[in-house]
Write a protein that binds this ligand. Structure first.
Ligand SMILES: Nc1nc2c(c(=O)[nH]1)N[C@H]1C(S)=C(S)[C@@H](COP(=O)(O)OP(=O)(O)OC[C@H]3O[C@@H](n4cnc5c(=O)[nH]c(N)nc54)[C@H](O)[C@@H]3O)O[C@H]1N2
Ligand SMILES: Nc1nc2c(c(=O)[nH]1)N[C@H]1C(S)=C(S)[C@@H](COP(=O)(O)OP(=O)(O)OC[C@H]3O[C@@H](n4cnc5c(=O)[nH]c(N)nc54)[C@H](O)[C@@H]3O)O[C@H]1N2
Ligand code: SF4
Ligand SMILES: [Mo]
Length: 702
């Protein structure tokens, strides 16, 4: 037992990705250790990051006092009261001078549901700014927009992840689960053994190596491929006509566009052969149980919403969604990527996954918050637009950041870092000095996953309770304390910004009651008792909803909607100056911007620096050998990366992981053009050139 009377072993969940593997945290006087625990999503599995996650709790770089920068001085330790007073005073001055719309707030999909909810409330009620958004804008927003259109609701997997174990065929589009959530692969075992796993990825990724069929389109051409597969489904007679007639609308308009994507044209646009197109569709259509799953490879494009819609169209034509034993799903990425997009930290959204411009939702939430409805601001800028407006006259002058590190993760990150330096006030909550915290005016040191209670919603819409397993270090407080501390100093009553997670959860349930993501029947108590609760769960005696859409879709007539979408090339093309496509993504050992995993010895040893994965012939043509340092340059900037040969790579494509800081940032290259609907940037396709890096210091980041 430690001072809070905590048990030596606590059943909880991993701090990282959306699989939320069940784990036990064991605390002894010598050390803190994590072990996997039996849980449906992970079986008994856990990846290297989960095994080593306790190391971040005691990392030498752990922040234990607030930091404040006065003028151009360095960040210096301050007391909590002084730091909170300082931030509140500066916010008050900035709002007085520029108005509330000069303040921006960014949240994250790693925050608990309770924190995500209070981040939104802080912005709307205490700061009165519409400009609140979160890092999921860079992650899940295309899938969210496409599935809300198609199904009327966005729950990543609208079925338990264990259902996949019965699948004979799975089409996995732009997902590298073998690295991004290794225990997930166990659920694909049957499909893999039946040669029914079809992977769509321009790279021969670890996941593509498990596939019976690997389709290798040029980056950014997924939409043409999806249209081509729909075309083949129709012409080869694989459409589920009864399903399309009885359970959907809009097929004809979608087909009119897909009709022009005959197989040979699709092959020319994507590089995927006619035979492989036909085989992929046949495998899916002839399976007893089949699923279409998408992830960031196909979603993070400047037309990502349309791309996801095209994959959903294919699933609908084959009669998969809303049928037991088959379906469509998007694989949520961050630990609370699902809950993070439901409780009101999005620019266009109120708690319960309701629209901020829906008058009924506004009245309901205003009543729960005890504020006049007219006082709730309308729709605000999206994440990239907030960052891009930073420090501009008439733009964002003050920015509060909870749980994201845009200096590394934003597209065109060199320019975004410049914008953030122009802010009058940048405030960051984190447990380490992230690259964004380094340039902040105030930094609050916060508790980590194992030091506080909170709920998260995993990739299948199941709400989990993460338990406090040990005491936080002295000087560290929760994000909930930071939010409440700022709000109260801005004149809010303390009871409007509670700091007890259980109390916040009860309030977010009330605020979201009646919305699509209805948590009002859930409580920490039910979760502590071990109930398995999937939303919607609208009353205390409701068992939750593991499988959605079986009785119809929450749309007129209960019917799902096809979307009429057509292929468009990425916003920039390759040519003489930039002849190659660069795409970006993840490696097993590191998580996101690496602030956590780069502090773990074993993980840094496994992946010490950025590399560029390239076909040997492409590298040789650029005068590069394996292990050389290459300079990768786009119209935005350059990254210095070690060359790694990959014979399975397309000749026209290179790949870089985005986990590394400074001159190693893949995001010095990426194009910030945004999808018109989801506002996601196209992290997965930009034009670059590759050459030897002759600079001795090894890089030329901006
Ligand atoms: N180890 C590790 N695991 C993680 C994370 C992490 O940072 N590290 N992050 C978590 C988060 S937040 C997320 S969102 C998920 C992401 O999980 P994934 O989506 O699986 O990860 P990515 O590596 O971003 O992209 C997946 C694949 O898309 C491919 N791809 C690139 N361009 C294209 C394209 O144009 N079309 C298609 N079809 N594929 C393309 C890439 O080659 C890559 O193999 O992972 C989660 N899990
Ligand atoms: N080129 C390229 N760029 C990408 C992507 C890509 O595939 N390619 N993927 C995009 C995707 S999918 C995502 S999700 C984003 C992720 O991008 P970010 O959100 O910037 O990445 P993280 O490293 O998760 O940043 C979270 C920060 O918050 C801290 N943190 C973690 N938990 C908490 C908490 O509870 N409270 C507080 N206050 N802080 C916390 C961590 O220490 C870390 O510094 O990156 C996007 N950027
Ligand atoms: S797969 Fe995800 S949840 Fe599981 S241990 Fe690895 S990072 Fe943690
Ligand atoms: Mo993500």
């Amino acid at each position: 037992m430690n001072s809070a009377g905590l048990a030596a072993a606590t059943a909880t969940h991993c701090p990282y990705c959306a699989l939320q593997c069940g784990m036990t945290v064991e605390v002894t006087p010598e050390k803190v250790r994590t072990r996997p625990r039996e849980f449906p999503a992970n079986g008994r599995g856990m990846c290297q990051k989960g095994w080593t996650s306790a190391a971040v709790l005691g990392t030498p770089g752990r922040l234990t006092a607030p930091l404040v920068r006065a003028g151009s001085a360095d960040l210096r330790p301050a007391s909590w009261d002084d730091a909170l007073d300082h931030v509140a005073r500066r916010l008050t001055e900035i709002i007085a001078e520029h108005g509330p719309g000069a303040v921006g707030v960014l949240g994250g999909g790693g925050l608990t549901n309770e924190k995500a909810y209070l981040v939104g409330k802080l912005a709307r009620v205490a700061l009165r700014t519409p400009h609140v958004d979160y890092n999921g804008r860079f992650c899940m927003s295309s899938a969210a927009a496409a599935t809300i259109h198609a199904f009327g609701a966005d729950r990543g997997l609208p079925f338990p992840v264990t259902d996949l174990a019965e699948a004979d065929a799975v089409l996995l589009v732009g997902a590298n689960v073998a690295e991004t959530m290794p225990p997930f692969v166990q659920h694909l075992r049957r499909a893999i053994n039946a040669d029914g796993l079809v992977v769509v990825d321009p790279r021969r990724s670890a996941t593509a190596r498990l596939a019976g069929l690997h389709l290798r389109p040029q980056p950014g051409t997924d939409l043409a491929l999806a249209l081509g597969l729909l075309h083949v489904a129709v012409t080869d007679g694989h459409v589920d006509e009864a399903y399309v007639r009885d359970r959907t609308t809009g097929f004809d308009a979608a087909w009119r566009l897909a009709a022009r994507w005959w197989p040979e044209r699709t092959e020319r646009a994507t590089g995927v052969s006619v035979a492989d197109q036909r085989l992929a569709v046949r495998l899916l259509a002839q399976a007893d149980n089949a699923y279409v799953l998408t992830a960031r490879g196909t979603e993070q494009h400047a037309n990502g919403t349309a791309m996801v819609s095209a994959w959903v169209n294919l699933a609908l034509a084959l009669g998969l969604p809303g049928v037991a034993g088959s379906g469509y799903g998007t694989i949520t990425g961050q630990g609370n990527g699902q809950g993070g997009r439901e409780h009101g930290q999005k620019a266009d959204q109120l708690p319960g996954y309701r629209k901020v411009d829906d008058p009924v939702a506004r009245r309901h939430v205003a009543e729960v918050w005890g504020v006049p409805e007219a006082g709730i601001p309308g729709r605000g800028k999206s994440a990239y637009e907030i960052l891009d407006a930073a420090g501009r006259p008439g733009g964002i002058r003050a920015l509060l950041v909870f749980g994201t590190n845009p200096v590394v993760s934003a597209p065109d990150a060199g320019r975004i870092a410049e914008r953030l330096r122009e802010l009058d006030l940048l405030v960051v909550s984190d447990f380490v000095l992230s690259e964004t915290a380094e340039i902040a005016h105030a930094v609050f040191p916060v508790t980590q996953w194992a030091e506080e209670d909170g709920t998260l919603t995993n990739l299948e819409g199941r709400v989990l309770l993460r338990r406090r397993a040990l005491d936080p270090p002295d000087g560290v407080r929760s994000d909930l304390d930071v939010i409440s501390g700022i709000a109260v100093r801005l004149g809010q009553p303390a009871e409007r910004f509670p700091t007890a997670p259980e109390e916040v959860f009860a309030e977010l349930g009330r605020a979201g009651a009646g919305g699509p993501a209805d948590y009002s029947g859930m409580s920490h108590e039910r979760l502590r008792a071990g109930e398995s609760l999937y939303w919607p769960c609208p009353s205390p005696d409701h068992p939750g909803t593991p499988r959605m859409f079986l009785d119809g879709f929450p749309l007129p007539g209960g019917r799902a909607r096809f979307a009429a979408v057509d292929h468009a090339p990425p916003p920039e093309t390759t040519g003489d100056r930039f002849p190659l496509w660069a795409t970006t993504g993840r490696l097993l050992p590191h998580y996101q911007t690496g602030t956590q995993t780069r502090r773990v010895g074993e993980l840094t040893e496994a992946a010490p620096e950025v590399y560029v994965e390239v076909h040997p012939d492409t590298a040789t043509r650029a005068g590069l050998a394996e292990g050389d340092r290459a300079k990768v340059t786009s119209a935005r900037g350059s990254t210095s990366a070690r060359v790694r040969f990959e014979p399975g790579m397309r000749l026209d494509t290179v790949f870089l992981p985005f986990h590394f800081p400074d001159a190693q940032r893949a995001n010095l290259l990426t194009n910030p053009a945004l999808d018109p609907i989801s506002r996601i940037p196209g992290f997965k396709a930009c034009a670059v050139r590759l050459e030897p890096d002759l600079s001795t210091e090894g890089g030329s980041g901006r």
